[in-house]
Structure formats: structure tokens, C-alpha cells
Design a protein around this ligand. Sequence first.
Ligand code: PSV
Ligand code: MN
Ligand code: MN
Length: 411
Amino acid sequence: MTDKAYTVFEERQKERGIDLQEVRRRLKALEIETPSWGYADQGTRFRTFPYKGAARTTLEKIDDAAAVHRFTGACPAVAIHIPWDKVDDYGTLTGYAEERGIRIGAINPNLFQEPEYMLGSVTNTDAAIRRKATEHLLECVDIARAVDSKVLSLWFSDGTNYPGQAPIRQRVNWMRECLQTTYGAMAPDMRMLIEYKFYEPAFYHTDLADWGMAFNMANKLGPQAQVLVDTGHHPQGTNIEHLVAYLLNERKLGGFHFNSRKYGDDDLIAGAINPYELFLIFYQIVDAMRDPDPAIAATANRIAYMIDQSHNIEEKIPAMIRSVLNVQVQYAKALLINFDEVREAQEKQDVLAAEDAVRSAFEQDVTPLLRAFREEDGLPVDPMRAYKESGLHEKVLGRVSKQETTPSGLK
Ligand code: PSV
Ligand code: MN
Ligand code: MN
């Protein structure tokens, strides 16, 4: 790469003691899965603005996910949600994705839509409903096998709205029973990722409200169960990078749902609101990748990175591309941390030097690095611009939104 900006960048990183070959190798290995539901019409609890270019079928969602991969080179898998993406023939679905250069990623069961789950799915007082929920989970394990996916990604909306509404301790055991059955059905190379969220839609208690509860559940189930951190699912002020480090140390961090938020589970473009938080999360991950304990390094290297967003006012494909680019930027910055410098400062207990060693990496401009690595891979150096100039926007606008005919307002 002879680009002047890259030469300057290279010089600068040399001075900072950074091995750029290693940085580029790790950057290349970063895969970010995109969610099928992020391409469809979806919005906020307040309303959904229909978008003409929204994907209407699972095949169109795969088309859009494949487009994001074409422009970024970093998104070779698309997560699916069952039954939203339920099809008769999963072999055809897999083939369709493969023809477009991607594969099916995490399988996300849906236990929050059917009316009988109003008072809980795997925690429902009614054993027949718990059984139905378990059967759906087992169906998703079968689908994972059929599409050759190695990840079952679980999020439960189970919870209560009022004190006394349901037996909280009993519900923990009910959930555990259902998950144990599901766990037992998984192939040995599959992982169950357990997501948590502190509130919404339940407003008094949520059965898996935080990382500690998800961690405990995963521990009880076994080594194939791990925790999934959705960056929008914590109370304000939670130190996410701390719990990331903790879970890595326990070899129990399995995956991420990236998005950003200002208030609640806002599901905005990843890295749009709090880029430093995303950087600090990657600081802990890169640190763990370098851990002398091979089990911790392996856990960090195996994390499933996924986007989980809801695009209500933004065009969906470029919003996804933007998220992927934002994640790459913060990862690249974390790779520019001089870890020897951090350790040295930590050993000397030099607080300011340690903080500076971390923050100074965040302050680097990684644009020349990302452009160079894309060019090397034959990718567009500016994926947002390439998307704009590709004509794809006009093409997807040719789709006629199903929602165009539905009345606007609260849904
Ligand atoms: C609901 O909060 C949610 O956004 C969770 O984050 C899930 O991962 C996602 O929906 C898909 O089910
Ligand atoms: Mn999520
Ligand atoms: Mn969420």
C-alpha cells in the first residue's frame, strides 16, 4: 500500500510500538453476523414507518444480508428468527444463501409472539404452555442442524408486571428444565447463547434480568451454554466492559448483539451513540485474546458477533453497513492499544499512564488502515459510498411494502 495517508499511519504506529501485520490479520478475521429481522419493516413500540425497500420475505432478507457482505466483506452469515423465517425446505434456503456468498448463522427462537405466552413461555405456570415452548426450542435445534448453524441464540420476554403475579423461584426452575431438555438435544459442536434484559416487555421482574442470571443458567446447563451480551440490555451506568471481562475470565462469554442506545433498548446503529464504550468492550476482548491461558484466549477468539438493531427511520441496508463499519473502527482502535505499555503502567501503579495507554489508541485515526485492508481484499474502500453508487437503493425501492396499506399509528 503506497497511499500517503497509510504511510504516515504506518510510521506513527511503528513509533507507538504496534505490529501492523498482526493488527491486519485480526481485523480480517472479524466476522459480524447481521439479523434477518433488521432488513424487514420494524420500528419502535410507538410506531413503524413503512419503507418501500424493506425485505418482505426471508429470501429478500438474505439478498439484503448478502449485499451488506458484498460491500463490507465482513458479514458472511445472517441470523434468522423462527417462525418469522420459517420455510418448508431449509436445504433450499441454505443453497439460496450460499449462492449469494453467505450462510445461515444463529437461530433465534421466538417465544414472545404467540398469545399463549402472554404470562410466560418457559416459565409459564401452565405445564402445557411450557411444553409448547420447549417444543419450539427443539424445533429450532433441528433447524440449526438442517442449515448447519452452530448457534442457538435465546432471548426470553418472560417476566411479570406485578408483585405476587407469579412464583419467581419456581419460574427459575421451570426455565431450567426447559433449557436442559433443549441443551440435551444440541449437537456437541453447537452452542446455546443465553441473552438477558433487565426489563421490557415485563415491567416488574424479568426472569433473566441480567448477566449474572444468564451466567448462572449457562453454568448449570454445561460448557455448550454461554452468555450473550446485547449492548442495549442494561440499566444506565452499567459497566458493560467490566462484565465482558468477568465473563471472559469464566470462559462464558459467547456472543454479542451490537446496537447503541441513549435511554432504553433503543436498538440504534452500533457505535452511533457511545463509541468509547464499544472501544472499551473490544479492549477487554483483545486483552483476553492475548491471555496466556489458552482457554481464555480461545473463548475470546470464538465470540459470535452479531448486530441486533431496529431501523425505523433509516434506510435498512446502509444502516447495517454503517453499523458494521462502526464496529470495525472500534475493534481496529482496540487492536492499536500497546498492551506492554498498559501492563508496565499497571505494574508501576501509574494510573495516568495506564489510562493514557488505552485512551491514546482510541484517539488514533484508523481510516487509512481500514481503507488499506479493504483495498487488499478487493473490497470497496468506502462501502457507504459504494452502496450509494451501486444503484441497489433504487432497486430495493422497487419492492412494494406490505405495510403501505396498513393504517399508521400505534401497533
Ligand atoms: C428484544 O429486546 C430483542 O431486541 C432482543 O434483543 C432479541 O435479541 C431480539 O429482540 C430478537 O429476538
Ligand atoms: Mn438482542
Ligand atoms: Mn433488545
